[in-house]
Write a protein that binds this ligand. Sequence first.
Ligand code: C2E
Ligand code: MG
Ligand code: MG
Length: 609
Amino acid sequence: MEMTFSGRARSALTVTPNRPTSQRNDSATAMPVLGERRPSSILPGRILLVEDNEVDVAMVRALLAESAGRSCHVTSVGRLADARAYLLSAGADCVLLDLSLPDAEGLETVEVVLATAPEVPIIVLSGLQDDRVTMAALNEGAQDYLVKGQVDGESLWRSIRYAVERKRAEVALRHQALHDPLTGLANRPLFMDRLRAAIARLARQSRPLAVLVMDLDRFKWVNDSLGHDAGDELLVATARRIERAVRPTDVVARFGGDEFVVLCEDVDDDRNALVVAERVQGALSVDFSITGTQVRVSASVGIVTSREPAAKPEELLRDADVAMYRAKELGKGGCEPFDTAMRNAVQDRLLAEQDLRRAIAEDELLVYYQPLVDLSDGHPVGAEALVRWRHASGEVVSPAQFIALAEETGLIRGIGDFVTRTACEQLARWNPVAPSGHQQPSLHVNLSARQLIDPGLVGRIARFLASAGANPAQLCLELTETAFLVDEATSLTRLKALKTLGVRLCVDDFGTGYSSLSHLTKFPIDVVKIDQSFTAGLAVRARDTAVVESVIALGQALGLVVIAEGVETQAQADLLSALGCHQAQGYLFGRPGPQANLLHVSTSDKKSA
Ligand code: C2E
Ligand code: MG
Ligand code: MG
C-alpha cells in the first residue's frame, strides 16, 4: 500500500517525548541537533511502515500527512517477510516497526530488519504495555520508539529525523572504528571479521579463498627522504591502485605502516591468486608522482590459499606473512606462495630461539680465548674473547650457528653483556701476571650492529669495567663495518661515547664489507683487523696480497694498529711481518680455547710454534 504525502501545518495536540533521557542528551550534544535548521537533504523520503493493524496504519499515515512542508513516500506492509523483501528490493530511509506481527514477534522483528538493512534507522511503534520490550529493542539497535496513541504529527516527524541522524552518526562511528583513517580501507578488525566469514563460507563452496599480504619495498625511503606527508600521499595512492587491480568484491585492508592485505574469495585455483598478486604488482610498478617527484615502488607479496572451513584466520594471516618475508628475502618486488616448509622453518627458528633464551638463562654460554701476538717478536699481546654455547647435549656450539639468530631476536644483548662482563673480569685477573716490559694485554670483544644502537650499551660496559676493576684501555671492542651503516649518526655518537670510557675500537673483518677509507677516518677507530679470507689468499692470489698490502699501508698511514686474522702458516706470518703488519691471530699461534692463560707462554715458544 503506497501513498505520497505533502502535509500542511497543524497545531500539535499532544507531544510525548518518548526518548530516554540519555538519548535526548545525545541528541542535544554529540549528535547533530534535530530541527528545522538541518538541510532538507536529510529529510527521510521513503518510509516503510511495518504494521498489520489497519487502524494503526491509517493513523500513522494521517499523522505523517498532517506535518507541513514535508513530503514523503510511505509504503506499508503487514508482515515481516514482506518488509524484508521490500527492503532488499527497494530500500527505505526509515522503518516504522510494529513489534507484534503475524509472522514475527518482539525483538526478532528488529533483528531481522537490522540484518536485512543494517544502515536503515528503525523506530519501534509500541503499545503502552510494551515498555520492557521496547527498551530491549533500543538496545538491540532501534533508534527510537513511539507509543501508539500518544503521538502527533510533529513528534512523529521529529522522531523520524532524530532516528535518521542518530543512525547516520552510528554508521559514521562504525565506519571510523573499522577503517583506516588515512586510506579509508578496511582495518585489521574489519578484515579479520570478513576473513572469518569467508572461511565459514568455505564449507559451502569448493573454490578456495586467498589472502595476500603485501609490503612496499621502498616506503621507508620515501618517508625518510620526501617526508611524512609524501609518505601518506603514497600510501593513499597505493591503496587506490590496489583497489583498482582487484575485484570489487575482494576486501582490501591496510594494517598500518606500508602493509596492505587483500582477501579474495572464490579464486579458481592457487595459480589464480598468483595472477591477482602479479596484477597488483603490475599496478604498483608504474611510477607514482608524489609532491612533484616521480617515485617508483614495488611490493613484496606473500600468498596463502585455503579450502579449509576449519582454518583459523590468524593462522592464515601468519602464513601469508611468513611467505611475504620469504618474498622479501629473495629480493624486492617478489611474490611467494606459502608452503609448509616455510612454516617448518619458522617453527624451527622459534624452537632455536627458545633454546637460546634458555641457554642464556641457564648459564650455558662460555667464553673461549684466542691469542693475539705481536708479529715483530711473536709475544702475546692479548686475546679475542669468542662466545661458545655448551649445549645440554655436551656439544660446544660455534657462534656462527647462533649469533645471527641472536641478532635478529635481540638476544644478542644478553650474550654481549655476558661476554663483556666475563672479559672485564678476565682482564682484572690478567693484570698482575702481565709480562714485565710489555704493554698490558688487550682483550678484544665483538659487538654486533644491533648492540651498537642500544642506548644502554655504554652505561652497561662502564659498569662491567668498574665492577670488575678492569682497565678500560685494555678492552678493545670489535665491530664490523655494517655497524657503522645502520644509522651513521647514532653509530658515531655511540662510538664517541665508548671512547670517553677509555676503551679502544677495532674494525673487524676489514676488506669484506665496504672497506671504506672514510669509515676509518670518520669514526674514532684504533685498530683494523684484516679479514682471514685475505690472509688465506696471501702469496696465493695476487688480488688478496694487494688488499693486505694496501690495508697495512692504510693502517700505518692513519696511525692504526693492524692485525691480520686467520694466520695458519709460518709463511703467512713472515710475509705479514715483512709488510709491516703489527699483530696476528690464527691457528698458528693458538686456537680459541677455554683457558685464558696464554700470557704465561713465553714468546720464543710462540715464534717457533
Ligand atoms: P670474528 O670476530 O672474525 O672471529 C674470528 C673467527 O675466526 C673465530 O671464529 C675464530 O675461531 C676463527 N679463526 C681464528 N683463527 C683462525 C684460523 O687460523 N683459521 C680459521 N679458519 N679460522 C680462524 P668463531 O669463534 O667461530 O667466531 C665466528 C664469529 O662469530 C666471529 O668472527 C664473530 O663475528 C662472531 N662472534 C664470536 N663471539 C662473539 C660475541 O661474543 N659477540 C658477537 N657479537 N659476535 C661474536
Ligand atoms: Mg672479531
Ligand atoms: Mg674477524
